[in-house]
Design a protein around this ligand. Structure first.
Ligand SMILES: Nc1ncnc2c1ncn2[C@@H]1O[C@H](COP(=O)(O)OP(=O)(O)O)[C@@H](O)[C@H]1O
Ligand SMILES: CC(=O)OP(=O)(O)O
Ligand SMILES: [Mg+2]
Length: 455
Protein backbone atom coordinates (compact mmCIF):
# COMPACT_ATOMS: atom_id res chain seq x y z
CA UNK A 1 0.00 0.00 0.00
CA UNK A 2 1.41 3.47 -0.85
CA UNK A 3 2.53 5.77 1.93
CA UNK A 4 -0.69 7.63 2.59
CA UNK A 5 0.76 9.02 5.82
CA UNK A 6 3.52 11.08 4.21
CA UNK A 7 3.04 14.88 4.55
CA UNK A 8 0.07 15.73 2.40
CA UNK A 9 -2.98 17.98 2.30
CA UNK A 10 -5.14 15.15 0.99
CA UNK A 11 -5.68 12.93 -1.99
CA UNK A 12 -6.86 13.99 -5.44
CA UNK A 13 -8.55 11.49 -7.72
CA UNK A 14 -8.34 12.47 -11.40
CA UNK A 15 -10.77 10.84 -13.81
CA UNK A 16 -10.49 11.06 -17.59
CA UNK A 17 -13.54 9.74 -19.44
CA UNK A 18 -12.26 9.39 -23.02
CA UNK A 19 -14.35 7.97 -25.84
CA UNK A 20 -12.90 4.47 -25.52
CA UNK A 21 -11.46 4.51 -22.02
CA UNK A 22 -11.60 5.64 -18.43
CA UNK A 23 -8.16 6.67 -17.19
CA UNK A 24 -7.74 7.13 -13.46
CA UNK A 25 -4.87 8.42 -11.34
CA UNK A 26 -4.85 8.93 -7.59
CA UNK A 27 -2.48 11.69 -6.46
CA UNK A 28 -1.19 12.95 -3.17
CA UNK A 29 -0.96 16.75 -2.88
CA UNK A 30 2.36 17.65 -1.31
CA UNK A 31 2.20 20.11 1.56
CA UNK A 32 2.56 23.72 0.44
CA UNK A 33 6.13 24.87 0.45
CA UNK A 34 7.62 21.38 0.53
CA UNK A 35 8.75 21.87 -3.05
CA UNK A 36 9.04 24.86 -5.32
CA UNK A 37 8.78 22.82 -8.54
CA UNK A 38 5.28 22.98 -10.01
CA UNK A 39 5.68 19.41 -11.21
CA UNK A 40 6.08 18.17 -7.66
CA UNK A 41 2.94 19.72 -6.22
CA UNK A 42 1.31 16.36 -6.73
CA UNK A 43 2.70 12.86 -6.70
CA UNK A 44 0.93 9.89 -8.30
CA UNK A 45 0.08 7.01 -5.97
CA UNK A 46 -1.71 4.67 -8.33
CA UNK A 47 -2.97 4.37 -11.87
CA UNK A 48 -5.86 2.49 -13.37
CA UNK A 49 -6.93 2.26 -16.99
CA UNK A 50 -10.09 0.71 -18.29
CA UNK A 51 -9.82 0.51 -22.08
CA UNK A 52 -11.74 -0.93 -25.02
CA UNK A 53 -15.03 0.50 -23.76
CA UNK A 54 -16.08 1.05 -27.37
CA UNK A 55 -15.13 -2.50 -28.40
CA UNK A 56 -15.83 -4.92 -25.52
CA UNK A 57 -14.51 -6.88 -23.74
CA UNK A 58 -12.98 -4.08 -21.71
CA UNK A 59 -9.50 -4.37 -20.20
CA UNK A 60 -8.70 -3.29 -16.66
CA UNK A 61 -5.23 -2.43 -15.39
CA UNK A 62 -4.25 -1.22 -11.95
CA UNK A 63 -0.80 -0.43 -10.62
CA UNK A 64 0.85 1.45 -7.78
CA UNK A 65 3.27 4.21 -8.75
CA UNK A 66 5.89 3.57 -6.13
CA UNK A 67 8.90 1.65 -7.42
CA UNK A 68 8.90 -0.52 -4.33
CA UNK A 69 5.52 -1.91 -5.29
CA UNK A 70 5.37 -4.38 -8.11
CA UNK A 71 1.61 -4.93 -8.09
CA UNK A 72 0.26 -4.60 -11.60
CA UNK A 73 -3.06 -6.21 -12.29
CA UNK A 74 -4.50 -6.87 -15.73
CA UNK A 75 -7.98 -8.27 -16.14
CA UNK A 76 -10.73 -8.62 -18.72
CA UNK A 77 -13.90 -8.08 -16.69
CA UNK A 78 -16.08 -8.94 -19.64
CA UNK A 79 -19.62 -8.86 -18.32
CA UNK A 80 -19.57 -6.28 -15.57
CA UNK A 81 -17.69 -3.50 -17.35
CA UNK A 82 -19.48 -2.22 -20.44
CA UNK A 83 -19.50 1.59 -20.10
CA UNK A 84 -17.82 4.37 -18.11
CA UNK A 85 -20.11 4.12 -15.07
CA UNK A 86 -19.63 0.38 -14.68
CA UNK A 87 -15.88 0.85 -15.27
CA UNK A 88 -15.72 3.33 -12.40
CA UNK A 89 -17.77 1.08 -10.12
CA UNK A 90 -15.35 -1.77 -10.89
CA UNK A 91 -12.38 0.48 -10.04
CA UNK A 92 -13.94 1.53 -6.71
CA UNK A 93 -14.60 -2.06 -5.71
CA UNK A 94 -11.03 -2.91 -6.58
CA UNK A 95 -9.74 0.05 -4.57
CA UNK A 96 -11.70 -1.01 -1.50
CA UNK A 97 -11.32 -4.73 -1.60
CA UNK A 98 -8.03 -5.54 -3.29
CA UNK A 99 -5.92 -2.40 -2.85
CA UNK A 100 -7.11 -1.65 0.68
CA UNK A 101 -7.28 2.11 0.20
CA UNK A 102 -9.66 4.15 2.31
CA UNK A 103 -11.80 6.24 -0.05
CA UNK A 104 -12.52 8.81 2.65
CA UNK A 105 -8.95 10.15 2.26
CA UNK A 106 -9.93 11.48 -1.20
CA UNK A 107 -10.75 15.18 -0.81
CA UNK A 108 -11.12 16.29 -4.44
CA UNK A 109 -12.17 14.47 -7.59
CA UNK A 110 -11.15 16.11 -10.88
CA UNK A 111 -13.31 15.16 -13.83
CA UNK A 112 -12.23 15.73 -17.42
CA UNK A 113 -15.32 17.12 -19.14
CA UNK A 114 -14.86 17.43 -22.86
CA UNK A 115 -17.42 20.14 -23.69
CA UNK A 116 -17.57 23.15 -21.39
CA UNK A 117 -19.34 25.55 -23.78
CA UNK A 118 -18.70 29.04 -22.45
CA UNK A 119 -17.30 27.81 -19.09
CA UNK A 120 -13.57 28.39 -19.28
CA UNK A 121 -12.47 27.94 -15.69
CA UNK A 122 -12.67 24.70 -13.68
CA UNK A 123 -15.91 24.61 -11.67
CA UNK A 124 -17.13 22.85 -8.58
CA UNK A 125 -19.91 20.52 -9.60
CA UNK A 126 -23.21 21.65 -8.12
CA UNK A 127 -26.70 21.46 -9.56
CA UNK A 128 -26.10 24.49 -11.81
CA UNK A 129 -22.80 23.32 -13.33
CA UNK A 130 -24.11 19.73 -13.58
CA UNK A 131 -27.05 21.05 -15.59
CA UNK A 132 -24.73 23.13 -17.78
CA UNK A 133 -22.64 20.06 -18.62
CA UNK A 134 -25.82 18.08 -19.25
CA UNK A 135 -27.18 20.64 -21.74
CA UNK A 136 -23.93 20.29 -23.71
CA UNK A 137 -24.12 16.48 -23.85
CA UNK A 138 -25.65 16.48 -27.32
CA UNK A 139 -22.58 18.39 -28.56
CA UNK A 140 -20.18 15.73 -27.28
CA UNK A 141 -22.23 12.53 -27.54
CA UNK A 142 -19.32 10.19 -26.78
CA UNK A 143 -18.08 12.23 -23.83
CA UNK A 144 -20.18 14.56 -21.66
CA UNK A 145 -22.83 11.96 -20.86
CA UNK A 146 -20.09 9.46 -20.01
CA UNK A 147 -18.39 11.98 -17.69
CA UNK A 148 -21.76 12.74 -16.05
CA UNK A 149 -22.42 9.06 -15.46
CA UNK A 150 -19.10 8.89 -13.58
CA UNK A 151 -19.89 12.13 -11.70
CA UNK A 152 -23.22 10.62 -10.60
CA UNK A 153 -21.44 7.56 -9.23
CA UNK A 154 -18.97 9.81 -7.37
CA UNK A 155 -21.77 11.75 -5.69
CA UNK A 156 -22.93 8.47 -4.12
CA UNK A 157 -19.60 6.75 -3.63
CA UNK A 158 -17.46 9.67 -2.41
CA UNK A 159 -19.95 11.86 -0.56
CA UNK A 160 -17.31 13.85 1.34
CA UNK A 161 -15.15 14.74 -1.66
CA UNK A 162 -15.68 17.89 -3.71
CA UNK A 163 -16.09 17.23 -7.41
CA UNK A 164 -14.48 19.62 -9.90
CA UNK A 165 -14.95 19.73 -13.68
CA UNK A 166 -12.00 20.58 -15.95
CA UNK A 167 -12.87 21.36 -19.55
CA UNK A 168 -11.15 20.33 -22.78
CA UNK A 169 -12.53 23.45 -24.44
CA UNK A 170 -10.82 25.94 -22.08
CA UNK A 171 -7.43 25.81 -23.81
CA UNK A 172 -8.97 26.96 -27.09
CA UNK A 173 -10.59 30.18 -25.84
CA UNK A 174 -7.73 32.06 -27.55
CA UNK A 175 -8.75 31.00 -31.08
CA UNK A 176 -9.48 34.23 -32.99
CA UNK A 177 -13.05 34.99 -34.04
CA UNK A 178 -12.48 34.58 -37.78
CA UNK A 179 -10.99 31.12 -37.23
CA UNK A 180 -13.60 29.97 -34.69
CA UNK A 181 -16.57 31.21 -36.79
CA UNK A 182 -18.47 29.19 -39.38
CA UNK A 183 -19.71 30.94 -42.54
CA UNK A 184 -23.38 30.78 -41.54
CA UNK A 185 -26.02 33.28 -40.40
CA UNK A 186 -24.31 35.13 -37.57
CA UNK A 187 -27.50 35.68 -35.55
CA UNK A 188 -28.29 31.97 -35.53
CA UNK A 189 -24.65 31.18 -34.79
CA UNK A 190 -24.63 33.58 -31.85
CA UNK A 191 -27.99 32.48 -30.41
CA UNK A 192 -27.14 28.80 -30.59
CA UNK A 193 -23.43 28.99 -29.83
CA UNK A 194 -22.52 27.46 -33.20
CA UNK A 195 -18.76 27.94 -33.45
CA UNK A 196 -15.52 26.05 -33.18
CA UNK A 197 -14.81 25.14 -29.53
CA UNK A 198 -11.97 22.65 -29.99
CA UNK A 199 -11.15 19.72 -27.67
CA UNK A 200 -8.24 17.75 -26.14
CA UNK A 201 -7.38 21.03 -24.39
CA UNK A 202 -6.17 19.46 -21.14
CA UNK A 203 -3.82 17.34 -23.20
CA UNK A 204 -2.55 20.33 -25.19
CA UNK A 205 -2.00 22.32 -21.98
CA UNK A 206 0.02 19.45 -20.50
CA UNK A 207 2.04 18.97 -23.71
CA UNK A 208 2.81 22.69 -23.98
CA UNK A 209 4.28 22.82 -20.48
CA UNK A 210 6.15 19.51 -20.90
CA UNK A 211 7.68 20.64 -24.23
CA UNK A 212 8.53 24.04 -22.76
CA UNK A 213 10.41 22.33 -19.96
CA UNK A 214 12.11 19.95 -22.41
CA UNK A 215 13.24 22.73 -24.74
CA UNK A 216 14.06 25.00 -21.80
CA UNK A 217 12.07 27.81 -23.33
CA UNK A 218 9.05 29.63 -21.89
CA UNK A 219 5.72 28.34 -23.17
CA UNK A 220 4.80 31.86 -24.33
CA UNK A 221 7.75 31.78 -26.74
CA UNK A 222 6.75 28.53 -28.45
CA UNK A 223 5.05 27.86 -31.78
CA UNK A 224 4.08 24.21 -32.08
CA UNK A 225 2.03 21.88 -34.25
CA UNK A 226 0.75 19.25 -31.83
CA UNK A 227 -1.09 16.08 -32.85
CA UNK A 228 -3.18 14.32 -30.21
CA UNK A 229 -3.87 11.01 -31.97
CA UNK A 230 -6.01 8.64 -29.90
CA UNK A 231 -9.48 7.16 -30.21
CA UNK A 232 -10.41 10.75 -30.91
CA UNK A 233 -7.73 12.58 -32.87
CA UNK A 234 -7.02 16.26 -33.36
CA UNK A 235 -4.26 18.67 -34.32
CA UNK A 236 -3.59 22.03 -32.70
CA UNK A 237 -1.60 25.02 -33.93
CA UNK A 238 -0.09 26.75 -30.91
CA UNK A 239 1.25 30.27 -31.41
CA UNK A 240 3.20 32.00 -28.63
CA UNK A 241 1.89 29.39 -26.20
CA UNK A 242 -1.82 29.79 -27.05
CA UNK A 243 -4.20 27.86 -29.25
CA UNK A 244 -4.51 29.52 -32.66
CA UNK A 245 -6.51 26.79 -34.39
CA UNK A 246 -7.50 23.19 -33.88
CA UNK A 247 -9.06 20.57 -36.11
CA UNK A 248 -12.13 19.66 -34.02
CA UNK A 249 -15.02 22.11 -34.07
CA UNK A 250 -18.46 22.62 -32.54
CA UNK A 251 -18.25 18.96 -31.54
CA UNK A 252 -15.37 16.45 -31.37
CA UNK A 253 -16.58 14.94 -34.65
CA UNK A 254 -14.94 17.37 -37.05
CA UNK A 255 -11.39 17.24 -38.39
CA UNK A 256 -9.50 13.94 -38.25
CA UNK A 257 -11.21 10.55 -38.31
CA UNK A 258 -10.97 8.39 -35.18
CA UNK A 259 -11.81 4.96 -33.79
CA UNK A 260 -15.53 5.22 -34.53
CA UNK A 261 -15.73 8.80 -35.88
CA UNK A 262 -15.75 9.88 -39.50
CA UNK A 263 -13.97 13.18 -39.02
CA UNK A 264 -14.85 15.95 -41.45
CA UNK A 265 -17.12 14.99 -44.34
CA UNK A 266 -19.12 17.07 -46.78
CA UNK A 267 -22.14 17.95 -44.55
CA UNK A 268 -24.52 16.93 -47.36
CA UNK A 269 -23.14 13.38 -47.34
CA UNK A 270 -25.36 12.32 -44.49
CA UNK A 271 -28.59 13.01 -46.40
CA UNK A 272 -27.36 10.72 -49.18
CA UNK A 273 -26.23 8.06 -46.66
CA UNK A 274 -29.64 7.66 -44.98
CA UNK A 275 -33.09 9.16 -45.32
CA UNK A 276 -33.60 8.85 -41.56
CA UNK A 277 -30.78 11.27 -40.76
CA UNK A 278 -32.83 13.56 -38.51
CA UNK A 279 -34.58 10.86 -36.46
CA UNK A 280 -33.72 10.93 -32.79
CA UNK A 281 -32.05 7.90 -31.30
CA UNK A 282 -30.37 7.29 -27.91
CA UNK A 283 -26.77 6.49 -27.24
CA UNK A 284 -27.12 2.93 -25.95
CA UNK A 285 -23.81 3.09 -24.04
CA UNK A 286 -24.89 5.95 -21.81
CA UNK A 287 -26.56 5.68 -18.43
CA UNK A 288 -27.62 9.32 -18.78
CA UNK A 289 -30.06 10.38 -21.45
CA UNK A 290 -27.99 11.56 -24.42
CA UNK A 291 -30.18 12.29 -27.43
CA UNK A 292 -28.55 12.13 -30.82
CA UNK A 293 -29.89 11.93 -34.36
CA UNK A 294 -29.23 8.88 -36.50
CA UNK A 295 -26.86 11.01 -38.54
CA UNK A 296 -24.84 11.81 -35.44
CA UNK A 297 -24.86 8.19 -34.37
CA UNK A 298 -23.58 7.00 -37.74
CA UNK A 299 -20.84 9.62 -37.93
CA UNK A 300 -19.78 9.33 -34.26
CA UNK A 301 -20.21 5.65 -33.50
CA UNK A 302 -20.32 3.68 -36.73
CA UNK A 303 -17.55 5.27 -38.77
CA UNK A 304 -13.76 5.71 -38.51
CA UNK A 305 -11.49 2.65 -38.31
CA UNK A 306 -14.43 0.57 -37.17
CA UNK A 307 -16.16 1.21 -40.51
CA UNK A 308 -13.08 1.18 -42.72
CA UNK A 309 -11.13 -1.70 -41.19
CA UNK A 310 -13.64 -3.47 -38.95
CA UNK A 311 -11.84 -2.57 -35.71
CA UNK A 312 -11.69 0.64 -33.66
CA UNK A 313 -8.17 -0.34 -32.54
CA UNK A 314 -5.58 1.48 -34.64
CA UNK A 315 -2.83 -0.74 -33.22
CA UNK A 316 -4.58 -3.66 -34.93
CA UNK A 317 -4.92 -1.66 -38.17
CA UNK A 318 -1.14 -1.11 -38.25
CA UNK A 319 -0.27 -4.71 -37.35
CA UNK A 320 -2.63 -6.22 -39.91
CA UNK A 321 -1.38 -3.84 -42.61
CA UNK A 322 2.23 -4.78 -41.90
CA UNK A 323 1.38 -8.49 -41.98
CA UNK A 324 -0.28 -8.12 -45.39
CA UNK A 325 2.70 -6.09 -46.62
CA UNK A 326 5.14 -8.79 -45.41
CA UNK A 327 3.11 -11.51 -47.14
CA UNK A 328 3.07 -9.45 -50.33
CA UNK A 329 6.82 -9.02 -50.17
CA UNK A 330 7.35 -12.74 -49.71
CA UNK A 331 5.01 -13.45 -52.64
CA UNK A 332 7.02 -11.00 -54.75
CA UNK A 333 10.30 -12.66 -53.70
CA UNK A 334 11.37 -9.57 -51.72
CA UNK A 335 12.25 -10.26 -48.10
CA UNK A 336 13.51 -6.73 -47.39
CA UNK A 337 12.47 -5.18 -44.10
CA UNK A 338 11.98 -1.60 -45.34
CA UNK A 339 8.54 -0.74 -44.02
CA UNK A 340 8.26 2.21 -46.36
CA UNK A 341 7.48 -0.01 -49.35
CA UNK A 342 4.09 -1.23 -48.16
CA UNK A 343 2.17 -3.15 -50.78
CA UNK A 344 -1.36 -4.37 -51.04
CA UNK A 345 -4.52 -2.31 -51.26
CA UNK A 346 -6.10 -3.87 -48.17
CA UNK A 347 -8.64 -2.20 -45.93
CA UNK A 348 -5.96 -1.79 -43.26
CA UNK A 349 -3.81 0.17 -45.63
CA UNK A 350 -6.75 2.30 -46.71
CA UNK A 351 -7.47 3.25 -43.06
CA UNK A 352 -3.78 3.98 -42.43
CA UNK A 353 -3.24 6.03 -45.60
CA UNK A 354 -6.47 7.96 -45.12
CA UNK A 355 -5.47 8.90 -41.56
CA UNK A 356 -1.99 9.99 -42.59
CA UNK A 357 -3.44 12.00 -45.47
CA UNK A 358 -5.83 13.91 -43.18
CA UNK A 359 -3.13 14.54 -40.57
CA UNK A 360 -0.78 15.90 -43.24
CA UNK A 361 -3.53 18.23 -44.48
CA UNK A 362 -3.63 19.89 -41.06
CA UNK A 363 0.15 19.92 -40.63
CA UNK A 364 0.48 21.77 -43.95
CA UNK A 365 -2.35 24.19 -43.15
CA UNK A 366 -1.02 24.96 -39.68
CA UNK A 367 2.51 25.43 -40.97
CA UNK A 368 1.13 28.24 -43.14
CA UNK A 369 -1.03 29.57 -40.26
CA UNK A 370 2.13 29.87 -38.17
CA UNK A 371 3.94 31.62 -41.01
CA UNK A 372 6.49 28.80 -41.23
CA UNK A 373 7.74 29.64 -37.71
CA UNK A 374 7.33 26.21 -36.12
CA UNK A 375 9.58 25.20 -33.23
CA UNK A 376 8.46 21.58 -33.14
CA UNK A 377 6.08 19.01 -34.53
CA UNK A 378 4.79 16.99 -31.56
CA UNK A 379 3.13 13.54 -31.58
CA UNK A 380 0.98 12.38 -28.67
CA UNK A 381 -2.12 10.34 -27.75
CA UNK A 382 -2.31 6.54 -27.84
CA UNK A 383 -1.48 6.34 -31.56
CA UNK A 384 0.95 9.27 -31.68
CA UNK A 385 2.92 7.89 -28.73
CA UNK A 386 2.94 4.23 -29.78
CA UNK A 387 2.94 4.07 -33.57
CA UNK A 388 6.40 4.59 -35.06
CA UNK A 389 4.73 3.80 -38.40
CA UNK A 390 2.30 6.75 -38.24
CA UNK A 391 5.08 9.10 -37.15
CA UNK A 392 7.31 7.85 -39.97
CA UNK A 393 4.61 8.35 -42.60
CA UNK A 394 3.63 11.84 -41.41
CA UNK A 395 7.17 13.15 -41.02
CA UNK A 396 8.22 11.67 -44.40
CA UNK A 397 5.39 13.63 -45.99
CA UNK A 398 6.49 16.78 -44.18
CA UNK A 399 10.12 16.62 -45.35
CA UNK A 400 9.44 19.57 -47.66
CA UNK A 401 8.72 21.69 -44.56
CA UNK A 402 12.06 20.92 -42.95
CA UNK A 403 11.07 17.97 -40.75
CA UNK A 404 12.95 14.66 -40.78
CA UNK A 405 13.11 11.60 -38.54
CA UNK A 406 15.93 9.85 -36.81
CA UNK A 407 14.74 6.33 -37.63
CA UNK A 408 16.48 4.74 -34.64
CA UNK A 409 15.13 7.32 -32.19
CA UNK A 410 11.66 6.93 -33.68
CA UNK A 411 11.52 3.20 -33.03
CA UNK A 412 13.61 3.34 -29.84
CA UNK A 413 11.25 5.11 -27.44
CA UNK A 414 9.05 2.10 -26.74
CA UNK A 415 9.48 1.03 -23.12
CA UNK A 416 11.74 4.00 -22.27
CA UNK A 417 10.99 6.10 -19.18
CA UNK A 418 10.29 9.77 -19.78
CA UNK A 419 7.76 12.29 -21.02
CA UNK A 420 9.24 14.09 -24.05
CA UNK A 421 11.50 12.41 -26.62
CA UNK A 422 13.46 13.87 -29.55
CA UNK A 423 12.91 11.80 -32.65
CA UNK A 424 14.00 14.35 -35.27
CA UNK A 425 17.03 13.91 -37.48
CA UNK A 426 19.79 16.44 -36.90
CA UNK A 427 20.10 16.73 -40.70
CA UNK A 428 16.86 18.73 -40.62
CA UNK A 429 16.44 22.13 -39.07
CA UNK A 430 13.20 21.50 -37.16
CA UNK A 431 12.43 19.47 -34.08
CA UNK A 432 10.18 16.42 -34.04
CA UNK A 433 9.07 15.27 -30.59
CA UNK A 434 6.91 12.65 -28.96
CA UNK A 435 5.17 13.68 -25.73
CA UNK A 436 3.42 11.18 -23.47
CA UNK A 437 0.41 13.23 -22.58
CA UNK A 438 -1.22 13.09 -19.17
CA UNK A 439 -4.60 14.75 -18.78
CA UNK A 440 -5.02 13.43 -15.23
CA UNK A 441 -1.75 15.05 -14.13
CA UNK A 442 -2.74 18.33 -15.81
CA UNK A 443 -5.99 18.42 -13.81
CA UNK A 444 -4.37 17.37 -10.54
CA UNK A 445 -1.66 20.04 -10.85
CA UNK A 446 -4.25 22.73 -11.55
CA UNK A 447 -6.32 21.50 -8.62
CA UNK A 448 -3.37 21.39 -6.22
CA UNK A 449 -2.31 24.91 -7.18
CA UNK A 450 -5.78 26.45 -6.87
CA UNK A 451 -5.86 27.81 -3.32
CA UNK A 452 -9.61 28.38 -3.53
CA UNK A 453 -10.16 24.60 -3.51
CA UNK A 454 -8.08 24.11 -0.35
CA UNK A 455 -9.45 26.72 2.04
N1 LIG B 1 1.04 0.30 -30.94
C1 LIG B 1 0.00 1.02 -31.34
N2 LIG B 1 -0.04 1.49 -32.60
C2 LIG B 1 -1.07 2.22 -33.02
N3 LIG B 1 -2.12 2.55 -32.26
C3 LIG B 1 -2.14 2.12 -30.99
C4 LIG B 1 -1.09 1.33 -30.46
N4 LIG B 1 -1.40 1.06 -29.18
C5 LIG B 1 -2.60 1.64 -28.92
N5 LIG B 1 -3.03 2.29 -30.01
C6 LIG B 1 -4.31 3.01 -30.17
O1 LIG B 1 -4.43 4.13 -29.31
C7 LIG B 1 -5.82 4.41 -29.18
C8 LIG B 1 -6.14 4.83 -27.77
O2 LIG B 1 -5.56 6.08 -27.57
P1 LIG B 1 -5.87 6.93 -26.26
O3 LIG B 1 -5.34 8.30 -26.49
O4 LIG B 1 -5.34 6.20 -25.08
O5 LIG B 1 -7.45 6.84 -26.27
P2 LIG B 1 -8.62 7.66 -25.64
O6 LIG B 1 -9.08 8.51 -26.73
O7 LIG B 1 -9.64 6.67 -25.19
O8 LIG B 1 -8.07 8.51 -24.52
C9 LIG B 1 -6.58 3.15 -29.55
O9 LIG B 1 -7.26 3.34 -30.79
C10 LIG B 1 -5.47 2.14 -29.73
O10 LIG B 1 -5.75 1.25 -30.70
C1 LIG C 1 -12.22 14.94 -27.41
C2 LIG C 1 -11.91 13.51 -27.65
O1 LIG C 1 -12.14 13.02 -28.72
O2 LIG C 1 -11.38 12.83 -26.62
P1 LIG C 1 -10.87 11.30 -26.63
O3 LIG C 1 -9.83 11.21 -27.67
O4 LIG C 1 -10.32 11.08 -25.25
O5 LIG C 1 -12.04 10.45 -26.94
MG1 LIG D 1 -8.16 10.53 -24.63
Amino acid sequence: MPDLHAPSDGLILALNAGSSSLKITLFKRNVAGSSDAVDRVVEPLLFSNITNLSSPPASFTFKFASHGRSLEVKKRPADIVYNHASAFAYFLDYLDQEAGIDRSSIVHVCHRVVHGGDYFEPVLIDSESYHHIETLSDLAPLHNGAALSVIKKCIDALPNASLIAYFDTSFHRSIPLHIASYAINTTVAHERGLKKYGFHGLSYAYILSAVSEHLERPASALNLIVMHLGSGASVCAIEHGASLDTSMGLTPLSGLPGATRSGAVDPSLIFHYTNRAGRITHDPRQTTDVRVTQAEEILNMQSGWKALAGTPDFGEVVERMKRVAAEDRVAAGNSGSDLRGWQGEEKWKLAFDLFVDRICGFVGAYYVRLGGKVDALVFSGGIGEKSAEVRDAVVSAATCLGFGLDITANTGIRGKEGVVFDIGSNKYERQVLVCRTNEQLEMAKECALADKFWK
